[in-house]
Design a protein around this ligand. Structure first.
Ligand SMILES: NC(=O)c1ccc[n+]([C@@H]2O[C@H](COP(=O)([O-])OP(=O)(O)OC[C@H]3O[C@@H](n4cnc5c(N)ncnc54)[C@H](OP(=O)(O)O)[C@@H]3O)[C@@H](O)[C@H]2O)c1
Length: 248
């Protein structure tokens, strides 16, 4: 059963990792997909070609999610090209980990701008279109770290916790217009972002997860399909932990 037939989705940061998995599954479910990336031109071109073979319309845009102006330009371009914006997945994110003692002001600011301000930028950019359509689903990618905190990630945890507060507020503001806003908090999902971690630490994490494995981009993408589709029509303002039981 195709759950997203006829819907147009913007997915930020889809050249690799979780975003790529979401773009692939959305396309398999019949969605038209506009996705962004920061610098991975080749990977983005490959994904665009792959998605278009599925019989939907797909296009990759090089767009810095941290830039308010670029977010506006992106939303305008997508509306012109695709005709509607039904789903927004704010997935783009980065880490710049360090203990607070060593964390620079620049690394704090950059993580907040790319991870949190981007969510403001993109939500503002699609708001008018979704209000006119009187429907929309916004899905924001937080993290278990935003729910629980993590030593060495004050900047990242603050950005991801901020997303939860922002998202709940949008749910309250825009609910009367049938615009929903939910958060996914992934646990340990094995992507390039986590490839940077020490192998022994990763082994320990897998053992500590009740389901005894790291998650896959597809695990997160499945939750996104649900929240993007009309199957979740009565769900807004929620944070869904997709973490193999990590926070339980
Ligand atoms: N992996 C995990 O375990 C995990 C856990 C919890 C939450 N998350 C969250 O899930 C999201 C995706 O994580 P991931 O592991 O898939 O990351 P990833 O493999 O590092 O991929 C990040 C994606 O974001 C894009 N991006 C980075 N900065 C950008 C910017 N300024 N503007 C637009 N796009 C930008 C990258 O584009 P380029 O390829 O061009 O650089 C790439 O497509 C992030 O928000 C992350 O915080 C991940």
């Amino acid at each position: 059963m195709k759950l997203l037939e006829g819907k147009t989705a913007i997915i930020t940061g889809a050249s690799r990792g979780i975003g790529r998995g979401i773009a692939q599954l959305f396309a398999q479910h019949g969605a038209n997909v506009a996705f962004t990336y920061s610098s991975s031109v080749e990977a983005a071109n490959q994904l665009e070609t792959e998605l278009n073979t599925l019989g939907i319309k797909a296009k990759g845009y090089k767009s810095n999610a941290a830039s308010f102006t670029e977010a506006q330009q992106l939303a305008d371009a997508v509306l012109e090209e695709f005709g509607s914006i039904d789903v927004l997945v704010n997935n783009a994110g980065i880490t710049k980990d360090n203990l607070l003692m060593r964390l620079s002001e620049a690394d704090f600011d950059t993580v907040i701008e790319v991870n949190l301000k981007s969510v403001f930028n993109m939500t503002k950019a699609v708001q008018r279109t979704m209000l006119k359509q009187r429907k929309g689903s916004i899905i924001n990618m937080s993290s278990v770290v935003g729910v629980k905190g993590n030593a060495g990630q004050t900047n990242y945890a603050a950005s991801k916790a901020g997303i939860i507060g922002f998202s709940k507020s949008v749910a309250l503001e825009l609910g009367s217009r049938n615009i929903r806003s939910n958060v996914i908090a992934p646990g340990f999902i094995e992507t390039e972002m986590t490839d940077k971690l020490d192998a022994e630490i990763v082994k320990g994490w897998r053992q500590a997860i009740p389901l005894k494995r790291g998650g896959t981009p597809e695990d997160i993408a499945n939750a996104c399909v649900f929240l993007a589709s009309d199957m979740s029509a009565y769900i807004t303002g929620q944070t869904l932990n997709v973490d193999g039981g990590m926070l339980t």
